[in-house]
Design a binder for this molecule. Sequence first.
Ligand SMILES: NC(=O)c1ccc[n+]([C@@H]2O[C@H](COP(=O)([O-])OP(=O)(O)OC[C@H]3O[C@@H](n4cnc5c(N)ncnc54)[C@H](OP(=O)(O)O)[C@@H]3O)[C@@H](O)[C@H]2O)c1
Length: 238
Amino acid sequence: MADNGNTALVIGASGGLGTALKAHLLSSGAFSQVLGLSRSVSEAGAPLLDVTDEANIAASAEWLKELCAAKPLRYLIVATGYLHQTGQGPERSLAQLDAAYLSQIFAINTIGPALLLKHFAPLLPRDGESKIVFISAKVGSIGDNALGGWYGYRASKAALNQIVKTASIELARRNKQTCCIALHPGTVATQLSDPFSKTGLNVREPAIAALEICQVIDRLRAQDNGRFVDYRGQALPW
Ligand SMILES: NC(=O)c1ccc[n+]([C@@H]2O[C@H](COP(=O)([O-])OP(=O)(O)OC[C@H]3O[C@@H](n4cnc5c(N)ncnc54)[C@H](OP(=O)(O)O)[C@@H]3O)[C@@H](O)[C@H]2O)c1
């Protein structure tokens, strides 16, 4: 594919999906620049980016500013997220609700992405297409919730979806060709899904998921702004 002169940025580039998304964008040859930021591995000279630290987010945006001055930021993909760590995971019942876990999951899955929008949106071009994609989750759909459980993760992703929808309206006032969406990646074989990937689920390898997700992103147009879709581009209920 011909180099389009633009920049693509993946935030959360150290994760299972983030790594595969960055690799896919690099191998496509479509962008002049494919950059990755994360809490644990980043580009040379880039600050490490912890989404729970606003000063850190601001420093990362400042770093990006110069790099995308001549190569506009056209793809911004946020693939950070949190579900479990040793000793803490999704709740099966109200009795398991824990304030520390709820605070942490909202800090990473909702507030962090909102602050990413605050600091990175000003770097998006004021004309021409740009696509901002937040990797969300179908379990964040209130309309689709038939099973219950996973209070914190569901609620943090539902709130993320509201942030994305609200920002999509504001961003379109600045540039009519902006498309900002929430995207469910399906079940993907990463450390996040590993403890829950029981047989029967369609668990896909990160490279396949990245290919499918990028095909959806490539097809996005301004009229798709503010949507919640899955990795096939199908609309999901809020
Ligand atoms: N895998 C699935 O089946 C599945 C299904 C539905 C939705 N999703 C969503 O897909 C996205 C990617 O998940 P994944 O499966 O690739 O999981 P993953 O391999 O665990 O990757 C998670 C990413 O989030 C980063 N992260 C966590 N806390 C952070 C923080 N405080 N600041 C900055 N970065 C932080 C991690 O950074 P470190 O490497 O530094 O830890 C890592 O890059 C998430 O939003 C997840 O909710 C995944």
